[in-house]
Design a protein around this ligand. Structure first.
Ligand code: URA
Length: 214
């Protein structure tokens, strides 16, 4: 896997490095998720953004299109970003695993959480994305991303909203948009308030970095 890091550290531009990496991902067979995928879902957005958002893994819509966060959770993510005047084109979006994890239930394929072995197999790609994009801020969407990136003992209900350090960046986790969509009534209102608060804190740091750049 050394070649991934070499690619990330060479003098090529970021688009080219990400393109090379995405080609490697497209033919990856490191775990069984490669057997059932339609498309790999590498990532999208601005490779020069100071803010990288990392979700869990592609669902059915993402598997069908090859793009991250294009289903209902993605629509909510767009709304969350819009609340702080950001669009998905101003950030870089990716996932802990680049292929859909699914299980057959009653003749239908349903999304499942990626296994630790699958996340581990895919991790060098995510690390190479971090090394290429060099985000100042990483926002983990949901517990699995936070456990992968920030701390294996991370508990999303206990630790969300707190700044940590990961891959040389300020890192925070908030609830995954799909989790928000599963809440109802007062739980839903509270979860939304928490996510909105977290994203506002993230945006404040994003603005500081953008001001320094200008
Ligand atoms: N959920 C994720 O975690 N990632 C996606 O890309 C879509 C839904």
């Amino acid at each position: 896997m050394d070649s991934l890091f070499d690619a990330a550290e060479s003098g090529e531009d970021r688009e080219q490095r990400l393109e090379d990496l995405s080609r490697q991902v497209a033919v990856c067979t490191k775990c069984d998720l490669s057997q059932s995928r339609t498309n790999t879902v590498f990532g999208s957005g601005d490779p020069y953004s100071p803010l990288m958002l990392v979700g869990e893994g592609p669902g059915a819509n993402e598997d069908a299109t090859g793009l991250p966060f294009v289903g209902r959770a993605g629509k909510l993510l767009d709304d969350i970003l819009a609340a702080v005047d950001l669009t998905r084109d101003q950030v870089y979006l990716t996932n802990t695993v680049k292929c859909r994890a699914a299980v057959e239930e009653g003749g239908k394929m349903k999304n499942r959480q990626p296994r630790t072995t699958e996340i581990r197999a895919c991790n060098p790609y995510l690390q190479a994305q971090f090394e290429t994009i060099k985000p100042g801020i990483i926002l983990c969407l949901g517990g699995p991303a936070a456990k992968t990136i920030i701390d294996k003992d991370f508990k999303i209900t206990r630790d969300r909203g707190q700044w940590r350090e990961a891959y040389g960046a300020m890192a925070m986790a908030t609830f995954h948009p799909a989790y928000v969509l599963r809440q109802q009534g007062e739980e839903l209102n509270q979860t939304k308030r928490q996510v909105w608060q977290d994203v506002q804190n993230v945006y404040a740091e994003y603005q500081k970095i953008m001001e320094k750049r200008s």
